[in-house]
Design a protein around this ligand. Sequence first.
Ligand code: KG4
Ligand code: ZN
Length: 330
Amino acid sequence: MDADGTILSDIVLSQLDDHRPYGGVVPEIAARAHVEHLDAIITRAMSDAGLDYADLSGIAATAGPGLIGGVMVGLMTGKAIALARKKPFVAVNHLEGHALTARLTDQVGFPYLLLLISGGHCQLLEVTGVGAYRRIGTTIDDAVGEAFDKTAKLLGLGFPGGPAVEAAAARGNPAAVALPRPLAGTDTCNFSFSGLKTAVLHAVRDAGLLSEAGRADMAASFQAAVGDVLADRAARAMTQFALRHPGPHTFVVAGGVAANQALRSRLATVTAAQGFALVVPPVRLCTDNAVMIAWAGVERLRLGLSDDFTAPPRARWPLDAAAAAAGAKA
Ligand code: KG4
Ligand code: ZN
């Protein structure tokens, strides 16, 4: 990526086929795949960009949070290049990559309200600057992407679950199965998805052998429940945000689950009703990618922020350390 955010190369190597036989991500396979493929991907990215290492003004690599094997491989590789070429190094928080993408795609200014929905997280954050995040809500149990993946598994829709549930839901009736809206209407901005997951499990069990149409109805009903919960919690957060910050207000949705078109339109309705502008990056930049990490690196280098080579790989790394220390799940 250029210093002005022009994307010079955008390679995503999916490991999904390696993990599919196991119905989920296997940490050991993920770590090995990083070792096997990373060098070739970096070489290809440099050639796509038409650059030599000497042309680079800095190196950014993910330092967490995530499965530690893959994080270690990427972080060590990034440090090695920076050390050999004497370039500034930036250890990027994966979640910050998601959080700042809207500034790359839509030039969103600070502050904004962020809904971060991915395989490992479901959080509402006030973003007031690079590195300045205040968490105002989080899941007290499962992440929303996890709920999609588990529902897909229950319905036999395969892996990864999110896109499979979305496709099935498009053919189903969202009112077919009565499912709960956990924590909706309560006076925090927190989320809970484990009860919804259990309700789907019971509904599937009660239904017996599901037809294709039955599975579509179940997927649509699940997705509608998720949409209602996200919309309810987001509306509450928008009200709070508007009290603290003068307008105009922007609501950003990011993370892999933000790729879901039905959830996007559900959130668009509530955002408009609250008088906020909605920004959701294109699907390709919502699901995990290297562009967002490069962009977070650009943002940090612009501010003169870089890291030394002692920056550790981290399995857990909350964006808002103060909120994480207070107890709720990061
Ligand atoms: O951000 P991401 O690519 O990786 C993490 O950082 O976790 O998010 C992955 C999650 C997975 O749980 C996946 O099932 C979900 O995002 N996801 C979706 C869709 N595409 C990906 N969930 C719902 N609908 C989608 N279209
Ligand atoms: Zn992610």
